[in-house]
Design a binder for this molecule. Structure first.
Ligand code: OSB
Ligand code: MG
Length: 378
């Protein structure tokens, strides 16, 4: 397929409720969407999961915009791409900037699936017709409020509750939560808020029957996590530390992690995500799909990826209405009794809600391939 046009939209959406992690609070969401078109008029969509500020990783909306328009667009625009797996090879000589790469790669995966009249899930080799979903819950003012919030989501049927923790809001909170919900699958995500010296404190989480603790130590660490895991019964799941199949292999070989949270943007796209999935399947390491508070576009990509067989744990991809008054896709993503039904329309499987899309668009940039000119015979 030939990529004839790329449009980048700067988006601004207001989240229904503020979401607090150990590194900051989100409410206004500024991010990028990208649409890639082929010579037949098909269009594919991708989402940049980079945030406005570099607090989850070093990438931001503006660094993504710079990398995409000045480096990535020139590589694909006007060119033939035989298969989306080729895109990460074409980007291979450019270091890191995984979320930027993933934005364009994701749009090309969607385009490829639509062009070949299959769902994105099928294009990736996924088989599940519905996926199990969990929910990630931010830091609350106090435990009583948190328990009320959790009760609501348990009632809605979410299959696993993930709670954000940070120093001073951890053992006591998790103990009270476990007491209130003895049988609910539960886990904690520290977003890198602890150090190896906190081992004794983290050991107090053992015995609460948590399915895992996500990224307790530094965002770039795999050494200390291995040392911590030796002293911890609760399985460690890495998020921030994993950017590639190579990172995954090293962390698994070192014993730093027993479960992997795969985020498409963090690992540079669906092709790399699939490689990590396959490697983990071979090694007996379960994986699940993390979330980045995405709009419907990114959410749809997460759903498609989660149809692969080794996504055996519920992910963070909740329904659209958990985040947004109105989403940019139609229909919106809905959760019924803890499941999302994988859409069967081609590509990402959801149509664009044009009105909402335009309303939340702050700026649009358009890049077109040079038109065919008889004079140069190009
Ligand atoms: O609901 C979601 O999309 C996931 C929420 C979440 O946990 C999260 C949100 C923003 C940044 C990092 C994380 C994380 O998984 O660590
Ligand atoms: Mg996380």
């Amino acid at each position: 397929m030939k990529i004839t046009e790329i449009r980048i939209r700067k988006m601004k959406m207001m989240m229904k409720h503020p979401f607090t992690t150990s590194f900051g609070t989100f409410q206004e969401k500024d991010f990028l969407l990208l649409e890639a078109k082929d010579e037949l008029g098909n269009s594919g969509w991708g989402e940049s999961v980079a945030f406005h500020s570099p607090w989850y990783s070093e990438e931001t909306l503006e660094t993504n915009l710079h990398i995409i328009k000045d480096f990535l667009v020139p590589i694909v625009l006007g060119n033939e791409i035989s298969h989306p797996d080729r895109v990460s090879e074409l980007f291979g000589h450019l270091r890191k900037n995984n979320m930027a790469k993933s934005t364009l790669e994701g749009a090309i995966w969607d385009l490829y699936a639509k062009r070949n009249k299959m769902t994105l899930a099928e294009a990736l080799g996924g088989t599940r017709k519905k996926i199990e979903v969990g929910i990630s819950i931010g830091i609350h003012e106090n435990v009583e409020e948190l328990i009320q919030t959790v009760a609501g989501f348990v009632e809605e049927g979410y299959k696993r509750i993930k709670v954000k923790i940070k120093p001073g809001y951890d053992v006591d909170v998790m103990q009270k939560l476990r007491a209130a919900f003895p049988d609910v699958p539960m886990m904690a995500d520290a977003n890198s808020a602890y150090r190896l010296e906190d081992t004794d404190l983290l050991k107090q989480l053992d015995g609460l029957n948590l399915t895992m603790i996500e990224q307790p130590l530094a965002s770039d660490d795999i050494i200390d996590h291995a040392a911590l895991q030796v002293n911890l019964q609760t399985p460690i799941c890495l998020d921030e530390s994993i950017h590639s199949l190579e990172d995954t292999r090293k962390a698994v070989e070192l014993g730093s992690t027993k479960i992997i949270n795969i985020k498409i943007g963090r690992v540079g796209g669906l092709t790399e995500a699939k490689k990590i999935h396959d490697y983990c399947a071979e090694k007996g390491i379960p994986v699940w799909c993390g979330g980045m508070l995405e709009s419907g576009i990114g959410r749809a990509h997460n759903i498609a990826l989660t149809t692969l067989p080794n996504f055996t744990l519920p992910g963070d991809t909740a329904g659209s209405s958990r985040y947004w008054e109105e989403d940019v896709i139609s229909p919106e993503v809905t959760v019924e009794e803890g499941y999302i039904t994988v859409p069967d329309a081609y590509g990402i499987g959801y149509a664009i809600n044009e009105q909402a899309m335009d309303r939340f668009t702050v700026e649009e940039l358009v890049f077109q391939a040079q038109p065919f000119t008889a004079a140069t015979g190009q």
